[in-house]
Write a protein that binds this ligand. Structure first.
Ligand code: FAD
Ligand code: DLZ
Ligand code: SF4
Length: 511
């Protein structure tokens, strides 16, 4: 007998650990374990989503005639860890070897590499070929390059997979249509409803379990309408392509009050746990362009996220771990303020993004980057605390994708390996891309004083504080030239606003 172990983010029937599967001979194992749900205290909805998707996946495997062992979290015999469950199951079945697909997170990669010795059994670790760029291929691309810019990686991926290409040239004559993708959304924009699935009895049981066992975790369980099977996830993909894709590009960077979904795809949960493959999402979007159902700026924008960013951050993670997790270019050390956990705040943009995150275990990219992340960067928050928060709160978060986005893209903690400059922005950017400021008690047009938008003076405070580390960056030369021309009184006002704000923040006052 071969024991084939499937992790919670490996719910793909075509996964490498299941190739050459023999239904008569083999046993497929899936383990719900407390250690995974609590090594960081994941959002309740994230745990419920993954447990329900795992249970549905196990049921599909069984229905197809396979032998499956599934450890439920509330089974009194459950030991609570992958290793413990494996030991327990090995004693019962005594398989000749274990086959698994390499786990996505470094922490678990280390763990599985110790099993052969600790369990005295052959453990065959297969590559995860659901990614379109293998670890070795990325290493090759990166070797000898001074800068690892996503744009050049993306172009190679477009060529290699022949996506949106015509005779080795990008369709439309350009690789990138970002300049068409920065429109502000009108306040009365009609946004279609996101896909909703009705919870079945399996999901209901999981929701009860999570409510009981993880009551002290952040986040709302209800409403729960995520897809938990491949067929539901395919419906969600079709709905995106039919109803949202055509506007994806235009409103890619836009945010609206009380509108969490915008024209994004809401597919990351399903792609990252294996219910959808990135290539099928890319191909469906490409087909919509060729059929005239979506414009090039939208389709290229969407494909760049999946074929470019997603593959690129995974490559960076594989290349840079374990050191990457400790990078802290700015020596930032402020603890995560309670407002990230829902403590009231006067900053409407932060309130909106945190409350939507709490409700849906989802926020779209620009909320994660330019509101929640921007504040973390400006306020000098400890990268480890910020990473932990992002890993906890989003249902699509696994360290391989969360860490490069947070430490690289948002916090510039890697000193510029991933981004060419920090994505720092004042209130003007948030006001340009959203209507949040209209609903805020702070005044975005005011630069200094207690009623001024904090992002305005925190932005300059950040640039002043980090002058020695940033002034030589050519992309920031304009910023430092502006600072050099500021009057001493203006600089003093910025500094005293920063001091006042941080004193209040550190004292736990409502800011
Ligand atoms: P869409 O906007 O519809 O994009 C389409 C797909 O492209 C996504 O489903 C996703 O698979 C992929 N994608 C888009 N941007 C990125 C990116 N920067 N990196 C990797 N893949 C991308 N994404 C995660 O999947 N998990 C995370 O834990 C995560 N953490 C993030 C943390 C920060 C600070 C930032 C700035 C971004 C993070 N992202 C993460 C990337 C991005 O925000 C999410 O993938 C996206 O918001 C998911 O929503 P969507 O499916 O509607 O995406
Ligand atoms: C995120 C998560 C959670 C909360 N629980 C489990 C679990 O009980 N069993 C499991 O197999 N996977 C879980 N996961 C996903 C894992 O964290 C993910 O598979 C690993 O990080 C892969 O390296
Ligand atoms: Fe956010 Fe400032 Fe706008 Fe308020 S005024 S919503 S704090 S950017």
């Amino acid at each position: 007998m071969i024991l084939r172990l499937i992790f919670g983010d490996q719910l793909s029937h075509a996964i490498s650990s299941l190739s050459e599967l023999s239904a008569e001979r083999d046993l497929i194992c899936l383990f719900e374990v407390r250690a995974e749900a609590t090594h960081v205290k994941h959002h309740k909805k994230k745990i419920a989503f993954l447990f329900s998707a795992m249970r549905h996946f196990a049921a599909e495997l069984e229905a197809a005639g396979n032998k499956v062992h599934y450890s439920q979290l509330d089974d009194p015999a459950n030991t609570g860890s992958f290793f413990g469950e494996l030991q327990r199951i090995l004693a019962i079945y005594q398989p000749e070897k274990i086959v698994l697909t390499d786990p996505s997170e470094y922490r678990v990669q280390l763990d599985v590499r110790s099993w052969a010795k600790r369990l005295n059994i052959t453990v065959e670790i297969r590559a995860d070929d659901r990614f379109l760029c293998s670890t070795d291929e990325f290493k090759q691309w990166a070797s000898g390059r001074k800068q690892l810019r996503m744009e050049f990686f993306y172009r190679e991926m477009r060529r290699k997979h022949a996506i949106l290409m015509a005779n080795d040239q990008p369709i439309g004559g350009q690789w990138n249509f970002d300049s068409d993708n920065r429109k502000r959304a009108p306040g009365d924009l009609q946004v279609p409803d996101t896909y909703t699935a009705k919870p079945d009895t399996i999901t209901e049981a999981v929701l009860d379990l999570v409510a009981t066992e993880f009551d002290d975790h952040f986040g709302d369980l209800s409403p729960f309408h995520l897809a938990v099977t491949r067929s539901q996830a395919l419906e969600a993909l079709d709905r995106f392509v039919d109803q949202r894709l055509h506007q994806f590009g235009t409103y890619q960077d836009a945010m609206l009050q009380d509108e969490p979904w915008m024209f994004h795809s809401h597919l990351s949960f399903y792609i990252n746990c294996g219910l959808l493959s990135p290539l099928e999402c890319i191909r469906k979007a490409e087909a919509a362009y060729h059929q005239g159902n979506a414009p090039l700026n939208a389709v290229e924008g969407f494909i760049r996220q999946l074929l470019g960013w997603r593959e690129y951050v995974r490559g960076i993670y594989q290349l840079q771990m374990p050191d990457y997790a400790h990078s802290n270019f700015f020596d930032a050390a402020r603890p995560l303020p309670a407002l990230y956990w829902g403590q009231p705040t006067i900053m409407n943009c932060m309130r909106q993004c945190v409350s939507e995150t709490k409700r849906h275990a989802y926020a779209h990219h620009i909320q994660r980057l330019m509101v929640l992340g921007n504040f973390a960067l400006l306020a000098n928050l400890d990268p480890q605390a910020v990473n932990q928060w992002y890993l906890i709160v989003y249902a699509d978060a696994y360290e391989w994708v969360e860490l490069p986005n947070v430490s690289g893209m948002v916090l510039f903690a890697d000193g510029g390996l991933l981004a060419s400059k920090p994505y720092a922005a004042s209130g003007a950017y948030i006001n340009k891309m959203s209507n949040y400021c209209k609903h805020c008690s702070y005044k975005v047009s005011q630069k200094n004083g207690p009623s001024a938008c904090p992002f305005n003076y925190l932005y300059w405070g950040f640039m002043l504080r980090n002058r020695a580390k940033l002034a030589s960056n050519p992309r920031l030369s304009m910023v430092y030239r502006t600072l050099d021309h500021m009057s001493a009184a203006k600089v003093k006002a910025i500094q005293s606003d920063n001091t006042r704000f941080y004193q209040a923040l550190d004292a736990g006052e409502i800011v």
